[in-house]
Design a protein around this ligand. Structure first.
Ligand SMILES: [Zn+2]
Length: 149
C-alpha cells in the first residue's frame, strides 16, 4: 500500500504534458502600455498567444466556447481555463496599470507565419512563393515564427 501511494504521489507531481493549442494568427502587438495614468507602470502581465486567441475567438469573433475549443483543437475545460486566465490577466493589467506583453505559449499555427525584423510586419506566405520577402517593405530580413521566439 505504501509503495502504491508513493508511486501515485510521483504520478501526481509529474508535470502534465500539455496539448499544443492551434491558433490562426499571432497577436499583432508585442506589448500594450497604459497611457495617461499617474506614476510609473507597475509591471507587466504576460499574455500567452493561446490566451489572446481565446479572447479573440470568444469576445471579438463572438464564438461560443464550444466553437472556440474546436477551432483551437482543445477540450472545453481546457479552453475555459485558458480563457479565464486571459480575462484575469487583462483585468489585472487594466486595474493595476500594468503593461500587457504577448508571449509565445504552447501553440502552433494553422499556417506558416513570418515576421519582418525591419518593419515588424506579420505575414503569411503561400508555399508556392519561394522568394521570402516582406510584403510591406520588401526586406529579406524575415524570421519564421512558428516556434518559440
Ligand atoms: Zn518589412
Amino acid at each position: 500500500m505504501r509503495v502504491f501511494s508513493l508511486s501515485l504521489q510521483k504520478i501526481i507531481s509529474m508535470p502534465r504534458r500539455r496539448q499544443p493549442r492551434k491558433i490562426v494568427a499571432p497577436p499583432k502587438f508585442r506589448e500594450y502600455r497604459p497611457y495617461g495614468h499617474q506614476g510609473e507602470s507597475t509591471g507587466t502581465v504576460e499574455l500567452l498567444y493561446e490566451e489572446y486567441e481565446s479572447i479573440k475567438l470568444a469576445d471579438y469573433d463572438g464564438l461560443s466556447h464550444h466553437q472556440a475549443c474546436v477551432l483551437m483543437g482543445i477540450s472545453r475545460p481546457t479552453f475555459a481555463r485558458i480563457y479565464e486566465s486571459a480575462r484575469r490577466k487583462i483585468a489585472q493589467a487594466l486595474v493595476e496599470t500594468k503593461k500587457i506583453k504577448s508571449v509565445f505559449g504552447n501553440v502552433y499555427f494553422d499556417r506558416n507565419w513570418y515576421k519582418c525584423t525591419k518593419c515588424h510586419n506579420l505575414f503569411t506566405l503561400p508555399d508556392s512563393i519561394h522568394e521570402r520577402l516582406c510584403p510591406m517593405c520588401k526586406s529579406n530580413k524575415i524570421e519564421f515564427i512558428n516556434s518559440n521566439q
